[in-house]
Each structure stands twice: as structure tokens, then as C-alpha cells.
Design a binder for this molecule. Structure first.
Ligand SMILES: Cc1cc2nc3c(=O)[nH]c(=O)nc-3n(C[C@H](O)[C@H](O)[C@H](O)COP(=O)(O)OP(=O)(O)OC[C@H]3O[C@@H](n4cnc5c(N)ncnc54)[C@H](O)[C@@H]3O)c2cc1C
Length: 164
């Protein structure tokens, strides 16, 4: 436990997703950083729905009258293969360029927020890893950038696997 405390348990499930390689390096889980930005609210924004472009490497949608836009990992896969949160000029500039050229042409905007998060991918497989690594330790990791959608199912399977 961070800070040196000790937690005792009969069985545990490691659910560290993109951070798993530091704990269990033999598992095929590759960290993948995703960068996102949010504009300030745009008057009369007409954007509706959710959009993906460039094979899904970019995604955007309206959020409370503003544009939420993420992606651009494909511009620097090596640099974004990291467990460090952070932003890069290259990707943030590409996101802003996309706003200027495609999403909000001729419409002034300012950026209200920028952030990043870490996903867990497989180098080949796209499926989650739900398995026991020892008698009393299981893992439920590699959610492939879909953890909001599939996390509950993955958690249920992991709990069933470890028994009651
Ligand atoms: C930019 C971005 C956009 C996304 N968009 C979508 C989407 O549209 N739809 C979707 O379904 N999913 C999306 N995801 C993916 C989704 O957020 C993840 O799949 C989900 O958060 C995984 O949940 P988790 O609990 O398994 O792992 P995480 O949420 O990553 O939690 C892992 C936790 O483990 C902790 N940890 C790490 N190491 C240790 C350690 N040694 N000891 C103790 N704790 C540790 C971390 O601090 C973290 O809190 C997106 C992710 C990002 C980054």
C-alpha cells in the first residue's frame, strides 16, 4: 500500500489496468496514455451526438455547451506508451488544430481544461485478462480503453473466478 501500510486479505484481485506492468511484468499489459481537452462553452454550439475520426484515434462530443475532444495517441505511440500522466505540445496542438479546421471552423474558442488518463492495452490481444496468478491472487486488467463500458462485467467475472 502506498505510504507503507499493510492490508491483509484472504484473497485479492489486482485491478491496476494500465499500471500492471510494474507489479506483474509477465502479463501482456501495455500502458497507453490518452490526452483530452475541453473548450469553454461555445455560444450556439450546434454539435450533437458523438463522433469518431481517423480510425477512432480521435473522438469528440458536446458537453454542457462545450466541445470535449480527445485522441492523437497515434502521433506519438512511443511517447504515449507510459504510466506517467501528462500532456505533450505535439498532441495538444494537433487537438487544437482539429478544432480550428474541422470541428469549429471560423468560430473562436478557448480551452478550459486539459488532462490525461492511462489505459491498458494488449500488444496483440484486445481482450481483458481475468485470471488467477496464484491460489489467492487474481487479476482483472487490460480493459483496452473500454473499462467504463465493460468494467462491471469484468469485475463480476473476476469475483466469480476467485470464489466466495
Ligand atoms: C482519455 C480516456 C478516454 C476513455 N474513454 C473511454 C470511453 O469512452 N469508454 C470506455 O468504456 N472507457 C474509456 N476509457 C477507459 C476507461 O477509463 C478505463 O478502461 C477504466 O478506467 C479502467 O478502470 P480500472 O478500474 O480497471 O483501472 P483504472 O481506472 O486505471 O484504475 C487503476 C487504479 O489502480 C491504481 N494503482 C496503480 N498502481 C497501483 C499500485 N501499485 N498499488 C495500488 N494501486 C495502484 C491507480 O492509481 C488507479 O487508481 C478511457 C480512458 C481514457 C484514459
Amino acid at each position: 500500500m502506498k505510504g507503507g501500510g499493510v492490508i491483509e486479505a484472504e484473497r485479492i484481485i489486482v485491478a491496476t489496468n494500465g499500471y500492471t506492468s510494474t507489479l506483474l511484468p509477465r502479463l501482456d499489459v501495455v500502458p497507453a496514455r490518452g490526452q483530452v481537452l475541453l473548450t469553454a462553452p461555445i455560444p450556439d454550439l450546434e454539435l450533437r451526438g458523438t463522433y469518431h475520426l481517423d480510425e477512432g484515434f480521435y473522438y469528440f462530443r458536446e458537453h454542457r455547451g462545450a466541445v470535449l475532444l480527445g485522441g492523437g495517441r497515434n502521433l506519438d505511440i512511443a511517447g504515449e506508451t507510459t504510466t506517467e500522466d501528462g500532456l505533450s505540445d505535439r498532441i495538444q496542438q494537433a487537438l487544437e488544430q482539429l478544432l480550428r479546421d474541422v470541428i469549429l471552423p471560423d468560430q473562436p474558442f478557448t480551452i478550459a481544461q486539459r488532462w490525461s488518463g492511462i489505459m491498458g492495452f494488449g500488444s496483440e490481444s484486445k481482450s481483458p485478462i481475468i485470471e488467477r496468478v496464484s491460489e489467492r491472487v487474481g487479476v482483472a486488467v487490460r480493459l483496452g480503453g473500454m473499462g467504463v463500458a465493460i468494467g462491471i462485467r469484468v469485475a463480476r467475472k473476476a469475483v466469480e473466478m476467485m470464489g466466495r
